[in-house]
Design a protein around this ligand. Structure first.
Ligand SMILES: Nc1ncnc2c1ncn2[C@@H]1O[C@H](COP(=O)(O)OP(=O)(O)O)[C@@H](O)[C@H]1O
Ligand SMILES: N[C@@H](CC(=O)OP(=O)(O)O)C(=O)O
Length: 468
């Protein structure tokens, strides 16, 4: 059995939904289907999820938002009409959507926001199920509450609860084709909570693990995962196969094609993931697997993400002070902050955080506490950083990757704020000013992928002859 997830671009309008249904019908193994909300139809368009957020924000501020509501209805009305669904079906779908958008009673502002956001996928799943039925298929919409998709009570950032898997396993025995809305689940108390943005990928992975699918197919709008963001480099090298670990690092670092948290359920259940193109389903796509291929490249991908800041702390003989690191991180913990990385030297340490988590007040308090409580020589915060990540299982067997990367960045006149090699040795991180991130990725792409001779595959478990 296959679990297939279709992203927003695959469901943006009726024409796309027809392609999706053709793909579902082409393979009887595609029995559990997860759908996102309709995405962008063209570059400047707005995703339905963003329309829903705009609606909820206006509604919460003004008590009504007729213009925003109409924009949402217009998207679904056009789809229903072009799919030639009956007036009765269209009316029912619209009434159910309207009930969610108009019902703030007994809901806090944040719960209302999550309920409205989830209505995008929920409505889309109903439309797809109706359309498949109109084509004669035995398809049915399943609600995550009824199916038992239990999640933590973290509004807008839910995580699946372990007991959900057992309940969801029953979907594997369902008759016909199950159409399941992505992006949200329910707490044990029955409250709706969404995953973080892009979270329909997570739903697909959870269902694939629960029903022990042979493969989790993730349909999007590109033929494969590429070694760099195709919006940055035209026609970059395609990735045929990549490990969960590499993909996890690259998704974390900015590969928008697959949600970083979506790999865990599939990985734990050892379900291979295949990224495929709805607009070109015969293309083989990219397989995400547990073991690297025998002949693996030194570098599998290069990604970057901005929105980071760094707290730099220096103190003479820091290395001799027992408990220094713990006390520093405890200050961050007490301010409710998680940290991303922490490169260190003998007398200094940096802690990298997401900028969105650090308010001005928190920053002032943290700097003051570090100075006073840890009696440091220097503490400063640098904003506007991007992290550029080179990832590859082959790096473990290769010598000189850091030197080549640093030289390429130096040649492009990019100043390095920091370098950090992950303990797993499959990734290497460079901190640069956010404005220089794209240039850094391009320079690294040229270094590792545009020189045929240098880019010969290196054998796994074999030390490359390339040296510094
Ligand atoms: N390394 C990469 N390989 C492929 N696509 C990438 C990569 N990095 C970013 N992307 C972008 O991810 C997009 C697909 O993700 P997304 O827009 O979330 O699709 P969906 O609507 O199917 O969920 C692609 O159109 C591409 O622009
Ligand atoms: N619609 C949600 C969830 C999602 O996964 O969407 P997409 O498949 O378009 O990335 C969002 O925009 O965040």
């Amino acid at each position: 059995m296959k679990v297939a997830k279709f992203g927003g671009t695959s469901l943006a309008n009726a024409e796309q939904i027809k392609k999706v249904c053709k793909i579902i019908r082409a393979d009887q193994e595609r029995r559990v289907v997860v759908v996102s909300a309709p995405g962008k139809r063209f570059k400047e368009d707005t995703k339905v999820t963003d329309l829903l957020i705009q609606y909820a924000e206006r509604f919460l501020a003004a008590g009504e938002a007729p213009k925003e509501k109409q924009a949402i209805f217009a998207r679904y009305q056009e789809i229903v009409k072009e799919l030639q669904l009956s007036a009765g079906v269209g009316g029912q779908i619209e009434a159910e959507l309207d009930a969610v958008l108009s019902n703030q009673k007994n809901l806090s502002a944040e719960r209302f926001m999550d309920a409205v956001k989830a209505a995008g996928e929920d409505t889309c799943a109903k439309v797809v199920a109706h359309y498949l039925r109109s084509l004669g298929e035995d398809a049915h919409y399943v609600n995550p509450l009824d199916a038992g998709l239990l999640v933590t009570d973290e509004v807008g950032n839910a995580h699946v609860l372990p007991e959900a898997y057992e309940k969801l396993a029953a979907l594997g025995a369902d008759r016909g084709i199950t159409i399941f809305p992505g992006f949200f689940g329910f707490t044990k108390s029955g409250d709706l909570v969404t995953f973080s943005r892009g979270g329909s990928d997570i739903t697909g992975s959870i269902l694939a693990a629960a029903v022990k699918a042979d493969v989790y197919e993730n349909f999007t709008d590109v033929d494969s995962v590429y070694v760099v963001n195709p919006n940055l480099v035209a026609h970059p090298v395609e990735v045929k196969e990549i490990t969960y670990r590499e993909m996890r690092e690259l998704s974390y670092s900015g590969f928008g094609v697959f949600h970083e948290e979506a790999l865990i359920p599939a990985y734990q259940a050892n379900i291979p993931v295949c990224i495929k193109n709805t607009n070109n389903p015969s293309a083989p796509g990219t397989m995400i697997v547990s073991e690297p291929p025998v002949s693996t490249k030194r570098v599998s991908g290069i990604a970057s993400d901005s929105g980071f800041c760094s707290i730099y702390v220096s103190k003479y003989l820091m290395n001799r002070e027992i408990g220094f690191g713990r006390k520093l991180l405890q200050i961050l913990e007490e301010e409710g902050l998680s940290y991303e990385h922490s490169p260190s030297g003998i007398d200094n340490i940096s802690v990298i955080l997401r900028e969105r988590d650090l308010t001005v007040e928190k920053e002032e308090r943290i700097v003051e506490r570090i100075s006073r409580e840890l009696r440091v020589d220097d503490v400063s915060v640098t904003h506007g950083l991007a992290l550029v990540m080179i990832v590859g299982e082959g790096m473990r067997q290769s010598v000189g990757t850091t030197a080549r990367a640093a030289a390429a960045l130096a040649q492009a006149k990019i100043n390095l704020e920091m370098i950090n090699q992950g303990s797993s040795e499959v990734s290497m991180m460079f901190g640069v000013k956010a404005v220089e991130a794209d240039r850094a990725v391009i320079a690294l792409y040229q270094e590792f992928f545009c020189n045929e001779e240098e880019n010969q595959p290196v054998l796994a478990n074999h030390v490359s002859s390339v040296s510094v």
